[in-house]
Design a protein around this ligand. Structure first.
Ligand code: COS
Length: 389
């Protein structure tokens, strides 16, 4: 389903002409790709899709020219990221997630990598030739990200050896490069964490896929004394937690944008269904129970969109309070999308539950964003702290 011109005009309201044009192109890309059958991928990376995102010129927009991308700005534009994620998600959540995970893994390297690491990894990531991943979470450190235990021990030659485990890492175990957060100083919490770039084929690195509710490429990693050179440290030793948090400040509103895209797709489907489905002699949209539900779904979708764009704009303008706004946009939009997708299932009745139906897929896909990149509870914690800062 492609959005009508009037609907697209409403969705691009307030965007610059360039961003509005990008939005339309990205909606078309999503619509062309749809969602592939899960059997074809079974939770593994769809490399041809990543390559197509690059060929179409969408993926390179997430990386500045100085590091091999095509973004005109010197750093990533949060608005560009949010426009792409919201627009692509309307047609293809798989394409959206493939794009976003490249951005998440690649951004930390582009932002904090040595010249050598940037040159080696960022251009191929931006061109869709190397798959990137962001490895923060561990079996015993999820919300409490400062508690990571994967050890990075320094050897006499200045290199590090990484030992431990990561889990629920998108694009693992098949990524070509991982941004890995490891402990360089014990018992000091967030202050003793360092970020490293680790090649996917490094000796001692193994992994396995995890089968989730949604068909998402995700897995576990095991590090068995993986050697990493000093040039592969991202930023400063013991300051990796800041690298992670700054990355999340940019990506959290964009998770909200992904949620808005899913909410829009669910809302559009519900509006169509409520217009054509008849019960008791009239279209079901004429029942107040349905029309008020649709009105609430549309209102929350619009509110979420506006919050996401406000956070993105604040980020791009380096306005004060980015961390709080970013968390607000993520929690509000992902919770709103859950409500909207659930409402759309209700409007459809049993049809929306049939395996393969758009809403059955969205219902499975919409759940994870309330957990990853910081749960809703963590976002509220971040917001509350910012209120007193
Ligand atoms: N930008 C830059 N630096 C930041 C930051 C941000 N947004 N947030 C925190 N920091 C810095 C702090 O300034 C502090 O450094 P100093 O001690 O030098 O001032 C350091 O990081 C530790 O911060 P804090 O004390 O706030 O850390 P906490 O352990 O209390 O935890 C939360 C902070 C809960 C916000 C963090 O653990 C978090 O975001 N958890 C969720 C993790 C997550 O999103 N996981 C998903 C993985 S990706 S799918």
């Amino acid at each position: 389903m492609t959005a009508a011109p009037a609907a697209l005009a409403a969705m691009t309201f307030g965007l610059s002409d360039d961003h509005a044009a990008l939005y339309r192109d990205a909606v078309a890309f999503g619509a062309e790709h749809g969602t592939k059958s899960s059997a074809a991928l079974s939770g593994r990376i769809d490399r041809p899709l990543v390559a197509e995102l690059a060929e179409r010129g969408l993926l390179p927009l997430l990386f500045p020219r100085r590091v091999g991308g095509t973004a005109p700005e010197d750093s990533v534009s949060a608005m560009t990221l949010c426009v792409l994620r919201e627009a692509i998600a309307q047609g293809s959540t798989q394409a959206e997630t493939a794009l976003a995970m490249q951005g998440l893994g690649g951004y930390a390297i582009a932002q904090a990598g040595t010249e050598e690491a940037v040159r080696r990894w960022v251009p191929p990531i931006a061109r869709g030739q190397a798959i990137a991943a962001f490895a923060l979470t561990e079996p015993e450190a999820g919300s409490d990200a400062g508690a990571v235990q994967l050890r990075a021990e320094r050897s006499a030659d200045g290199a590090y050896r990484l030992t431990g485990a990561k889990t629920w890492i998108s694009n693992a175990p098949d990524a070509d490069v991982y941004v890995v957060f490891a402990r360089t100083t014990p018992e000091v919490g967030a202050k003793g964490v360092t970020a490293f770039v680790v090649a996917g084929d490094a000796r001692g690195l193994t992994g396995e896929p995890i089968d989730l509710l949604d068909d998402h490429a995700i897995g576990r990693l095991q590090f068995d004394g993986v050697a990493v050179a000093a040039a592969e440290v991202l930023g400063e030793v013991d300051h990796g937690f800041g690298v992670a948090m700054r990355t999340l400040d940019l990506f959290r509103p964009s998770v909200g944008a992904f949620a808005v895209g899913m909410a829009q797709a669910a809302l559009d489907a519900a509006l169509d269904h409520a217009r054509s489905r008849r019960a008791f002699g009239k279209p079901i949209r004429e029942f107040q129970a349905m029309s008020h539900l649709l009105a609430e779904m549309a209102t929350r979708t619009e509110a979420a969109r506006l919050m996401v764009r406000a956070a993105a704009r604040a980020y791009d303008e380096d306005a004060p309070g980015i961390t709080g706004r970013s968390a607000m946009a993520k929690v509000f939009a992902t919770e709103a999308a859950q409500f909207v997708v659930d409402g759309a299932v209700q409007v459809h009745g049993a049809a929306g539950l049939e395996r393969g139906h758009l809403l059955e897929r969205l219902y499975r896909t919409v759940r994870a964003p309330r957990i990853y990149e910081g749960t809703s509870e963590i976002q509220r914690e971040v917001i509350a702290r910012e209120l007193y800062r």
